[in-house]
Design a protein around this ligand. Structure first.
Ligand code: DNO
Length: 391
């Protein structure tokens, strides 16, 4: 697979020169300064592409071309927003940047409750604490009926948290769930927002009455509209699985497991409608056998994210080391190196090592942690390829 790296543009603390020096071949990036819903002009795309290429790298994947909320909940302006999306795709196609990752998760692009969960050695990973998330819904958002989504064990823990968490802790939790993890991925709520909770609750309200079937229909509607431009310009669309792959905030989830993936691939059975195989997201659902899913969906996979998780009995999960955990990345690599070896692959997230701290990296996107994982994965890929060549 092609070794790619998610880079956040000229403001990224990590330089393209350095990425080339550590063996990266392609860049995964987006025009982060353009607001969600606006058209990416051909000029802006070509400028960005040229900048990447002037460093001896290629712009391999767009992650993401964000899908506006109104497209997901089927709002009045969805056709207008889809038209804009199509124009951006056309411009990307003209510039020759043809692999486009997006997601169809309502309101939250991804969710974690702790950005610095410590391992014994002092490094840290991102963590999802189910009880803390329940506390966030029940006592901070005060979402009607949220308690019904949790079992008694979790509700007991929520009560404990209610008695121990301070105002400052509450602020940190809000900042983590709806600001820090979202802002840098063109999320709905940006750093500096004065009333994040109110804004967030207003967004959630837009999904009143939207169930799983309706959200699926809205994805289908969107895909059917964009397929013609994808066919014309050879664009490979690849939806990112829901992270985490289970329902949150009473919202429907439609890319969590084998049945979901089968559904959307069949609903719009076009080779331009594909999947971002995010081993990390999929691994956080205990029913998912990650290498098996890789095997089944290899031919419709357009882009691979390598990451893993450890899932605990209480429903929490931590982002694991890349060679450990439920992701079984060695087996996943074996599948893709055999079935679809030209795919772009990036290390998804990495631990935060001591010298990564205070560098201001986006959550999950450390330098040393990701570089370590890239070295490990590169070794596995080389070993797998050498075995395949012997056969
Ligand atoms: C977080 C990422 C997501 C992902 C988008 C794709 O680190 O995995 O933000 O890029 O959901 O659209």
């Amino acid at each position: 697979m092609e070794k790619t790296w998610r880079w956040f543009g000229k403001k990224d603390k990590i330089k393209l020169e350095t990425l080339r020096q550590i063996g990266v071949e392609g860049i995964v990036s987006a025009l982060h300064d353009i607001s969600n819903g606006e058209i990416w002009s051909l000029e802006a795309i070509i400028d960005y592409k040229n900048y990447i290429e002037s460093h001896g790298l290629r712009w391999s994947v767009v992650e993401s071309l964000p899908v506006s909320e109104a497209i997901k909940y089927g709002g009045e302006d969805r056709n207008f927003l889809i038209e804009n999306y199509i124009k951006s795709l056309e411009n990307l196609g003209k510039a020759g940047v043809t692999t486009v990752c997006y997601n169809f998760m309502p309101v939250l692009d991804w969710a974690r409750t702790d950005l610095f969960y410590q391992w014994e050695d002092g490094s840290s990973s991102l963590y999802f604490d189910k009880a803390k998330f329940a506390y966030f819904e029940i006592h901070i958002l005060k979402r009607d009926g949220a308690e019904k989504d949790y079992n008694q064990d979790i509700l007991n823990k929520v009560e404990e948290l209610k008695n121990t968490l301070t105002e400052e802790d509450n602020k940190d939790l809000v900042d983590c769930v709806i600001v820090k993890t979202q802002g840098f991925v063109n999320g709905n709520i940006k750093e500096g927002e004065l009333n994040p909770v109110e804004k967030f609750n207003n967004l959630l309200a837009l999904y009143d009455g939207i169930d799983k079937n309706q959200l699926r229909e809205n994805l289908k509607y969107f895909l059917e509209k964009i397929m013609p431009v994808c066919e014309t310009w050879g664009i490979q669309m690849c939806v990112h699985p829901d992270d985490p792959p289970f329902s949150l905030l009473g919202l429907p989830r439609i890319v969590t497991n084998e049945e979901d993936i089968d559904w959307f691939l069949n609903a719009v059975d076009n080779p331009h409608n594909g999947l971002t195989f995010c081993a990390g997201s999929l691994s956080a659902n205990l029913n998912n056998d990650v290498p098996k899913l890789a095997q089944k969906f290899a031919s419709r996979t357009k882009f691979v994210h390598l990451r893993s998780t450890n899932v605990f009995d209480n429903g929490d999960f931590i982002e694991a080391h890349h060679l450990g955990g439920r992701g079984q990345l060695i087996d996943v690599i074996k599948v893709f190196e055999k079935e679809n070896p030209s795919l772009p692959m990036r290390i998804d997230h990495g631990r935060l090592l001591t010298e990564d701290v205070d560098k201001g990296y986006n959550p999950g996107y450390s330098f040393l942690g990701r570089m370590l994982a890239l070295g490990q994965i590169e070794g596995v890929m080389a070993a797998v390829r050498s075995e395949l060549n012997k056969k």
